[in-house]
Design a protein around this ligand. Structure first.
Ligand code: 4AD
Length: 394
């Protein structure tokens, strides 16, 4: 039997029958908790020679470096590391908390179509395809249009957890071609601040829960990829875009006050906020209208700005949200101004013609939340089977 056992390859699956006893501490190592005297041994599944060392994960920020590509080619084995098992258990908890929290706040879970007639977010990052009977179609870049239409249908508050498709054409550490979107949409009474209130209570709740209940998983991730626990406040910091711009200017950074912040500036602002307020999780709101999607509601007091926000972890965006335009005429005007063919979204616009309540919502990237909460440097690490411009398999 010993001879047979010594020929079993690593990662083979075996069944054993034996007698379990306490180990002799003089011989056993400190971590050994039991002795098993094997009586019978069966090989259930024999493993072939492993193409990668399982516990030797790459640390690179780029998907194609340091063997990360080889690991991703052998993702099933790569997923067996303690760190990876930890990452996806944490990811599962994030989804569960998202669901449970929103259900407890009166939200209804919806499932919107992923095959749609026109682009939902505009821009170039849309997968076009042939629908049946030769009709052109797109893969949904977000559930944006249909979650808003669900509000017009009078659900009051809705959320969705589902696949989102973006035809991203470059390899970055934070973009995928397919990711999991956590989306909400809700009627609002007074202002988009009600949506930011949900961001605050949902995420503070989530971070508290993960720190308290996922200690083992976080430790496994930390052993492989050392990181500091996320610093966040019990009440999430909210800064206006103009305040953010001023803070960057004060730090000597040149910024266009009516433009968007690039990744470098977002990271810089994250550092300044951390030094000044001691938090790595904060909301930036009231963005210039010109840098937001066509469906974003302009501010009442100054239409150059919008009732919108982004949320950041460790200087990187995880959420974007806003109040939406619920007035069909304004929606047509804004979509046309952005070069969107209004006919392709006519059923969306028509939804607002029969009484539509003021509403707002946000979209979160699940993989980004986990990546940044765990201080990881690459979104491929938090996508089970990542899709990027060079990867459609496994
Ligand atoms: O900022 P985005 O594009 O906003 C929307 O989709 C809006 N419809 C949301 C809303 O309700 N207003 O995407 C939302 C989030 C981002 O903040 C980011 O976390 C994630 O989705 N995300 C991506 N994650 C991975 N790969 C990509 N290519 C992503 N693009 C966006």
């Amino acid at each position: 039997m010993v001879k047979y056992a010594s020929k079993l390859s690593r990662e083979s699956i075996i069944d054993i029958e034996g007698i379990v006893s306490k180990p002799d501490m003089a011989i056993a190592g400190a971590s050994q908790q039991v002795d098993v005297q094997v009586r019978k041994l069966y090989c259930i599944s024999r493993a072939a020679v492993l193409p990668i060392e399982i516990e030797n994960a790459a640390r690179s920020e780029k998907p194609n470096e340091d063997g990360q590509n080889t690991r991703l080619n052998n993702r099933v084995l790569d997923l067996r590391t303690a760190a990876n098992l930890g990452i996806f258990r944490i990811q599962s908890q994030v989804g569960t908390i998202f669901r449970q929290f929103l259900l407890s706040e009166g939200f209804v879970e919806i499932h919107t179509p992923k095959l749609i007639a026109g682009s939902s977010e505009g821009g170039a990052s849309v997968f076009k395809l042939d629908y049946v009977k030769g009709q052109p179609a797109c893969l949904a870049q977000s559930p944006q249009l249909h979650k808003q239409m669900s509000i017009c249908a009078d659900f009051g508050r809705v959320f969705e957890v589902g696949s989102v498709f973006r035809a991203e054409n470059s390899d970055t550490h934070r973009h995928l071609c397919e990711f999991t979107g956590l989306d909400i949409e809700m009627e609002i009474e007074w202002s988009y601040c009600e949506v930011m209130d949900i961001v605050n209570s949902l995420f503070v709740n989530m971070f508290d829960y993960l720190n308290k209940n996922c200690e083992k998983e976080l430790e496994a991730v930390r052993r492989q990829y050392p990181f500091e626990p996320l610093k966040y406040l019990p009440e999430t910091l909210r800064l206006t875009f103009a305040e953010g711009v001023q803070m960057l200017k004060d730090a000597g950074v040149e910024v266009d006050p009516m433009g968007d912040l690039d990744t470098k500036k977002e990271r810089k602002l994250g550092q300044i906020v951390l030094e000044k307020y001691g938090t790595e999780f904060y909301i930036l709101h009231r963005y210039p209208l010109a840098v937001r999607p066509f469906y974003t509601m302009p501010c009442d007091d100054n239409p150059e700005y919008s009732n919108s926000f982004d949320v950041f972890i460790r200087g990187e965006e995880i959420i974007s949200g806003a109040q939406r335009i619920h007035v069909p005429e304004l929606l047509v005007e804004r979509a046309s101004a952005r070069g969107i063919e209004v006919e392709t979204i006519s059923t969306y616009i028509d939804s607002f013609r029969y009484g539509a309540p003021p509403h707002g919502g946000f979209g979160v990237g699940l993989e980004r939340v986990v990546m940044l909460f765990c201080g990881l440097n690459n979104i491929h690490k938090t996508s089970l089977f990542p899709r990027d411009p060079d990867r459609l398999a496994p």
